[in-house]
Design a protein around this ligand. Structure first.
Ligand SMILES: Cc1cc2nc3c(=O)[nH]c(=O)nc-3n(C[C@H](O)[C@H](O)[C@H](O)COP(=O)(O)OP(=O)(O)OC[C@H]3O[C@@H](n4cnc5c(N)ncnc54)[C@H](O)[C@@H]3O)c2cc1C
Length: 391
């Protein structure tokens, strides 16, 4: 099998890259190890920066998002039983975010790819990337029990944190920066209208809690738990009781309960692999970097990477110049490190660490007080939350 751009992984990064290349007349093949149902139902991100929503619209993939997505103009910080609303457009010259689940972004992009784009093979597992430093990378893969090879001009690893593409970088070239946080998130999906119209980020001495939503009738809620927690340790009643405690305020706000339809535990990690390019192999999205989900940046970073890469590939096709491919890694990493900083700041401000001291607790409160009382500090948060410019 032969193509111009061989893409490993049909998460948001791989699917959007294939779509952008198709619109520019560049052919690609996408290999995805899991089946379609798995990719379309894996619960993950839900907040799209304004720039991400704009990119999806420009790619012809925004129609359902604009119909069913929820535009949000603010988030709420809760601490000491008090509430502070951050007005995003007022602080950023009109920018907002969109609540539209990653599952839905993937469904929209898969439908478009199967209808109009190049091959998208499910249950096709890439086994390696070979010859990245040469002229013609090869991706051996296994599809429906048969082994085959995808030959391409460029290979792109959009295969997430556990993928194979990163392993093709020579050890002497790779630099890894990593931190694992001493807590995890227990996430639940519940068939109940959200108890608040906007996302609520709560710091409580018992731990962090997040009230979020997928639609006007489905809530997405998270609790800080110890790493390695088993969902079986958390019966539904215990989850609602704990959410109620951590989100409680001094006014008459109440948490609505409903049937919990899904539970999962997510570890919290900061991770960056530098560089994001080796010869004709490029990394994009979670394959190159992970942020703790508190800043809602992972999916948005993946989108930023593939927009930068598609632009560089189109530039090379139209002008013959590899300049933008040469600067791909540096361009992406500037944005990645800003998102890493913001995600780490939000995480460490809102999660009491298990070995945290009373001093740490006071400092977290002071950081929250600063945001609640200084327009400059609040603007810094709002600018980062609504998104860094695409490189
Ligand atoms: C609980 C949770 C909440 C989150 N909340 C947010 C949020 O609110 N906002 C936000 O922006 N981000 C959020 N994120 C992060 C976001 O989901 C990820 O950053 C995003 O999925 C990255 O997309 P990706 O395409 O790079 O990788 P992935 O979505 O991981 O896709 C990689 C794909 O590659 C496939 N693959 C792997 N190995 C191979 C192989 N060898 N061959 C073929 N295919 C392979 C995988 O099956 C997968 O489909 C959250 C994540 C979690 C876990």
């Amino acid at each position: 099998m032969r193509t111009t751009v061989g893409i490993i992984g049909a998460g948001p990064a791989g699917l959007l890259l294939a779509r952008l290349l198709h619109r520019a007349g560049i052919d690609s093949v996408v290999l995805e190890s899991r089946d379609r149902g798995h990719v379309e139902h894996r619960q993950r991100a839900g907040i799209l920066e304004q720039g991400t929503a704009d990119v999806l619209r420009a790619a012809g993939a925004g129609e359902r998002m604009d119909r069913e997505g929820l535009r949000h103009d603010g988030i709420e910080l809760r601490f000491d039983r008090r509430r502070h609303r951050v007005d995003l457009p007022a602080l950023t010259g009109g920018r907002s975010v969109m609540v539209y689940a990653q599952t839905e972004v993937c469904k929209d992009l898969i439908a478009l790819q199967l209808k109009e784009g190049g091959p998208l093979l499910f249950e096709a597992e890439a086994l390696a990337v070979e010859g990245a430093a040469g002229d013609r990378p090869r991706i051996p893969f296994r599809h429906q029990g048969r082994e085959d090879v995808l030959e391409c001009d460029y290979a792109v690893g959009c295969d997430g944190f556990w993928g194979v593409a990163r392993r093709a970088f020579p050890a002497a070239l790779s630099r890894v920066f990593e931190r694992t946080y001493p807590y995890a998130w227990l996430g639940v999906l519940a068939d109940v209208p959200p108890s608040h119209g906007e996302l609520v980020y709560a710091r409580h001495e018992r731990g962090f809690a997040l009230l979020s939503m997928r639609s006007p009738s489905v809530s997405r809620l998270y609790l800080q738990v110890p790493p390695g927690t088993d969902t079986a340790e958390w019966p539904d009643d215990a989850i609602w009781t704990e959410l109620g405690r951590r989100l409680e305020t001094d006014d008459d706000w109440r948490l609505e309960r409903g049937p919990i339809t899904q539970k999962s535990v997510t570890p919290m990690r900061s991770f960056v692999h530098e560089p994001m390019r080796h010869g004709r192999l490029f990394l994009a999205g979670d394959a190159a970097h992970i942020v703790p989900p508190t800043g809602a940046k992972g999916l948005n970073l993946a989108v930023g990477d593939v927009v930068t890469l598609a632009r560089a590939l189109v530039h090379e096709r139209r002008t013959g110049s590899p300049d933008l491919l040469g600067t791909y890694s540096a361009t992406c990493l500037r944005r990645v490190w800003q998102a890493e900083r913001f995600s780490c700041d939000m995480t460490t401000m809102l999660h009491p660490a298990p070995d945290g001291t009373p001093l740490d607790a006071r400092l977290q409160r002071a950081r929250l007080e600063r945001i609640a009382s200084s327009r400059a500090a609040e603007t810094d948060l709002a600018e980062a939350y609504t998104g860094f410019p695409l490189g």
